[in-house]
Design a protein around this ligand. Structure first.
Ligand code: S3P
Length: 735
C-alpha cells in the first residue's frame, strides 16, 4: 500500500498504469500530470486519476512513486526538471522502450543519487493511443521488464515490482544492456524492416500495382508499419548502438541469403527455411507455454479411465522410438539424402531431430511420418549455437554423448527435470576411457559438458549392465576412434544401432555378445521404414488380453527378437497372441499382432527376458494385477532409473487401487485380484500414465491419473487410438 502515485504523461501506457493502480486499491491517491489540458480533463472524467496538475512541482509534492510515461526523447528534459525539485524519498520509475539512454540521462542529472530509481519497460501496447484508450487490463499477462541499477534499493524495486504485479503483469528483472539488445532484436529490428519494406515498395513507380497484388504475406509482414512514426523515431535514436549491432548481423545473414539465391543454392535456402520454420513453431509454442509437440495440456494433465469395455478392430501404433532416434542420427552422418517413413512424431524423437538441426543438418519434415535428411557426412556436423536441450529423452542424451565426444567442437547437453536426475556416468566413464573429456553435474547427472577436439581410441568394453543405450553410445564414438571399438553385453539388448549401421553400409561385426566397429568407413544414405513401436503396442496387447471379449489386430509392429520379451512374457501368462504375416522391412522384422482376451495367470518372470521387455514392465504389472495368482519379477533394478522409479511408482499406484503388491530392490511381487477405482500419479512418466489407463478396463470404478502430459514423448495419439479400439480413457474435462 502506498500513499500517492504520480503519473507524468497520460498517454496509453501512463493512463493504463494510473487507472490499473487506482482500481487495484494499492494506492490512496493517483495524481496525473500532462502538458495537454484536454488529456488532463479527460483523465479525471474517465476515472484514470483522482486529480490532475499542470505544474510538475505541484504534481510531485508528497509523491511516494513517480511514474515517467512520456515519449522516450522527452525523458531527458523531464529528468532534468525533476532533479531540480525536492522529491523527498519518492521512488522514480519509467516505461521507456530502451533503457540505456534513460539511465544515462538520469545519471547526468542525478549523479550517483539513483538509489530510488527503478527503470522499467512494459511490453504491451495497442494501435490505439491517448488517455481515452487507457485500459486497466492492458498489462495483464504481459511481460514487464525492470532493469534495476547496482545501487537501486531493494525496497524501491520491491514497490515497483508489486505495483506491476497488481496489474496482472508478469515481471522480470534484467540487466540494462541485455534488455536493450533483446528488444533491439525482437522488436526494434522487425519494426525497422516493416517500415523500410513498405517505403521501398511504395517508392517504386509500379507501386499501385504491387499493392493491388500484395495479399497475405505482405500484409502480415508489414502490419507493424502502421505504428506511431514519432514514437519509433524516438526509439531508434534512443537505442542506436544495440539496433546497429543487430542490424549488422541481420545484414550479413541477408547477404548470405542473397548469395544463395544468386548461386541457385537450394540446399542453403532449405536449411534456412526449415530451421526458421521450426524455430517459429517452437516460439509460438513457448508463447502458448507448450513444448515441442502440443503437450496434452498444462502442468497437471489428468487422464480419466472409465471401467469396462472390450477392444475391437485393427490399428497401427506410432513408429518405433528407438529406430526413429537412430534414423535421424545415422541419416545426418551419412553421405547423401536419407528418406524416412513412419517416423515417430513424439517429443523424444523430435528432440533428437532438433539437436541435429542445431548442428547444421538440413532436415525436412516431419510430415505424416516422412522425414528427409540431407546428410552431412561423418565429419560435417557444426557446433550448435548453444546448449542442446533434449527434454525427457534419455536415449537422445546417451547416444549423442558418444557422437559428440568425437567432434571437433564443444557441446552441452541438458534435459528436463526427470532427465536431469538420470545417471550419465554409465556413458561418461567408458567414453573417458576412450579419451573423451566430459564433465557432469554431481553424481554423474546432466547437464553433460563435452569438450571437442579429442582423439578417441578404440577399446574393448564389457558393459556392467544390459543397456542398448550405452552399447549404442560407444559404437557411435567408435565410428571416430582409432582402431577397433568392441562392446560386450551381459545379456542381449536391442540391436537397432547395429542393424541400421549395416543398412547404411557401415561394417559392424557381431560375435556372440560382442559388437564392434572400426573407424575409417562411411555411411551411405538410404531409405528407412520405421515399424510400429512394440513398446506402444504393448499397452494394447495387455489391454486386449485383460478385457473380456476383446479381439484386436495391431498392424505392422516391429518384432525384432531383442524387443519381443513382452510377447513371450504375456504368452507365458496365458495370453492369446499370434503373429500374422511376418516379414522384413528395411532390415527389421515386422508382423501384425492378433490378440484376443484370455485368462491370465501369475508367473515367475524369466530373468533372460528382462532386458528384452525393459520398457514394458509398467503395463506388464497391470497384466499381473489382473492375473490369477502371484507374479514375481527379479533382476530389473534398471527400472528404478528410467523416466521415473518405475518399481516404486507402479507399486504406489497399484496399492492405491487395492492391488496387493510388494516392491523389492530389483523387482516386485504382485498378487492378482480385484482392482478398485481411485487416484494414481503418472509422475511425468509416459509409460506409467498409459499403464494405469489400461488398468481402468478392469477396475470397479474410474481411475484418475495425474501428471500425464509426457505421454506425448512416445505416443502423441494415445487417447485417440484408445477411443478407436474401445478403451474409455480421456483427458479429464473433455469427452
Ligand atoms: C533404448 C534402450 C533402453 C530403453 C529405452 C530406449 C534405446 O534403455 O529403455 O527406452 O533406444 O536404445 P537402456 O538401454 O538404458 O536399458
Amino acid at each position: 500500500m502506498i500513499g500517492r502515485l504520480v503519473v507524468i504523461g497520460l498517454g496509453l501506457i501512463g493512463g493504463s498504469f494510473a487507472k490499473g493502480v487506482r482500481e487495484s486499491g494499492l494506492c490512496r491517491e493517483v495524481v496525473g500530470m500532462d502538458l495537454d489540458p484536454q488529456s488532463r480533463l479527460l483523465a479525471v472524467e474517465l476515472g484514470v486519476v483522482d486529480r490532475c496538475e499542470e505544474d510538475l512541482a505541484l504534481a510531485c509534492q508528497g509523491a511516494d512513486v513517480i511514474q515517467l510515461a512520456v515519449p522516450i526523447l522527452a525523458m531527458e528534459r523531464l529528468l532534468g526538471k525533476l532533479a531540480a525539485l525536492d522529491l523527498g524519498t519518492a521512488i522514480l520509475t519509467d516505461v521507456g522502450s530502451a533503457k540505456g539512454n534513460v539511465v544515462r540521462a538520469a545519471r547526468q542529472v542525478f549523479g550517483n543519487n539513483l538509489a530510488r530509481f527503478v527503470p522499467g519497460h512494459p511490453i504491451a501496447g495497442s494501435e490505439q493511443s491517448g488517455v481515452e484508450a487507457s485500459n486497466a487490463e492492458l498489462f495483464r499477462r504481459h511481460k514487464v521488464i525492470l532493469t534495476p541499477l547496482p545501487e537501486t534499493e531493494p525496497s524501491a524495486l520491491q514497490v515497483v515490482d508489486t505495483l506491476w504485479r497488481a496489474l496482472g503483469a508478469d515481471v522480470e528483472h534484467m540487466q540494462i544492456q541485455r534488455h536493450d539488445e533483446v528488444l533491439a532484436a525482437t522488436s526494434h529490428l522487425p519494426h525497422l524492416l516493416a517500415f523500410g519494406l513498405v517505403d521501398s515498395l511504395a517508392k517504386r513507380n509500379e507501386n499501385l500495382d504491387i499493392f493491388r497484388y500484395a495479399a497475405g504475406g505482405f500484409r502480415d509482414f508489414t502490419r507493424i508499419a502502421g505504428s506511431d512514426p514519432v514514437m519509433w523515431h524516438d526509439i531508434f535514436l534512443a537505442n542506436r548502438e544495440a539496433v546497429l549491432r543487430t542490424l549488422d548481423t541481420f545484414r550479413s545473414d541477408l547477404d548470405a541469403l542473397r548469395d544463395a539465391v544468386d548461386a541457385g543454392d537450394g540446399h542453403q535456402l532449405l536449411g534456412v527455411f526449415t530451421r526458421a520454420r521450426v524455430a517459429r513453431e517452437h516460439f509460438g509454442k513457448i508463447l502458448a507455454r507448450r513444448a515441442y509437440v502440443e503437450k496434452m495440456s498444462t502442468n497437471d494433465l489428468v487422464f480419466l479411465g472409465q471401467p469396462g469395455g472390450s477392444l475391437k478392430g485393427r490399428v497401427r501404433v506410432p513408429g518405433d522410438k528407438s529406430i526413429s532416434h537412430r534414423s535421424i542420427m545415422l541419416g545426418a552422418l551419412a553421405d547423401g539424402t536419407t528418406e524416412v517413413d513412419g517416423f515417430l512424431e513424439g517429443e523424444d524423437a523430435l528432440a533428437t531431430l532438433q539437436a541435429f538441426r542445431d548442428m547444421g543438418v538440413v532436415i525436412e519434415g516431419p510430415h505424416h511420418g516422412r522425414v528427409t535428411i540431407h546428410g552431412v557426412g561423418l565429419h560435417g556436423l557444426k557446433a550448435p549455437p548453444g546448449p542442446i536441450y533434449l527434454g525427457n529423452s534419455g536415449t537422445s542424451m546417451r547416444l549423442l554423448a558418444g557422437l559428440l565426444a568425437a567432434q571437433t567442437f564443444d557441446s552441452v547437453l541438458t534435459g528436463d527435470a526427470s532427465l536431469s536426475k538420470r545417471p550419465m556416468n554409465r556413458v561418461a566413464n567408458p567414453l573417458r576411457d576412450m579419451g573423451a573429456v566430459i564433465e557432469t553435474a554431481a553424481d554423474g547427472r546432466p547437464p553433460l559438458t563435452i569438450r571437442g577436439g579429442q582423439a578417441l581410441k578404440g577399446f574393448n568394453y564389457t558393459l556392467p549392465m544390459a543397456s542398448a543405450q550405452v552399447k549404442s553410445c560407444l559404437l557411435l564414438a567408435g565410428l571416430y576412434a582409432q582402431g577397433r571399438t568392441s562392446v560386450t553385453e551381459p545379456a542381449p539388448t536391442r540391436d537397432h544401432t547395429e542393424r541400421m549401421l549395416r543398412g547404411f553400409g557401415y561394417p559392424v561385426s557381431v560375435t556372440g555378445p560382442s559388437a564392434s566397429v572400426e573407424s575409417g568407413h562411411t555411411l551411405h544414405a538410404t531409405r528407412i521404414e520405421v515399424p510400429g513401436d512394440i513398446s506402444s503396442a504393448a499397452f494394447f496387447l495387455v489391454a486386449a488380453s485383460i478385457a473380456e471379449g476383446s479381439d484386436l489386430v495391431l498392424e505392422h509392429v516391429g518384432i525384432n527378437p531383442t524387443r519381443t520379451g513382452v510377447i513371450d512374457i504375456l504368452r507365458l501368462m496365458g495370453a492369446d497372441i499370434t503373429l500374422v504375416n511376418p516379414r522384413e522391412v528395411g532390415g527389421e522384422p515386422v508382423a501384425d499382432l492378433h490378440v484376443r482376451a484370455a485368462a491370465l495367470k501369475g508367473i515367475d518372470m524369466p530373468l533372460a527376458l528382462v532386458p528384452l521387455a525393459i520398457d514394458e514392465f509398467p503395463v506388464l504389472f497391470v497384466a499381473a494385477a489382473c492375473a490369477q495368482g502371484r507374479t514375481i519379477l527379479r533382476g530389473a533394478q534398471e527400472l528404478r532409473v528410467k523416466e521415473s522409479d518405475r518399481i516404486q511408482v507402479m507399486a504406489d499406484g497399484l496399492l492405491a487401487l487395492g492391488v496387493k503388491c510388494e516392491p523389492t530392490a530389483d523387482g516386485i511381487v504382485i498378487d492378482g485380484g480385484p482392482i478398485a477405482g481411485g487416484e494414481v500419479h503418472g509422475h511425468g512418466d509416459h509409460r506409467i500414465a498409459m499403464a494405469f489407463s489400461v488398468a481402468a478396463l478392469r477396475a470397479s470404478a474410474p481411475i484418475r491419473i495425474h501428471d500425464c502430459a509426457n505421454v506425448a514423448t512416445s505416443f502423441p495419439n494415445f487417447l485417440a487410438l484408445c477411443g478407436q479400439v474401445g478403451i474409455r480413457v480421456s483427458e479429464e474435462g473433455k469427452s
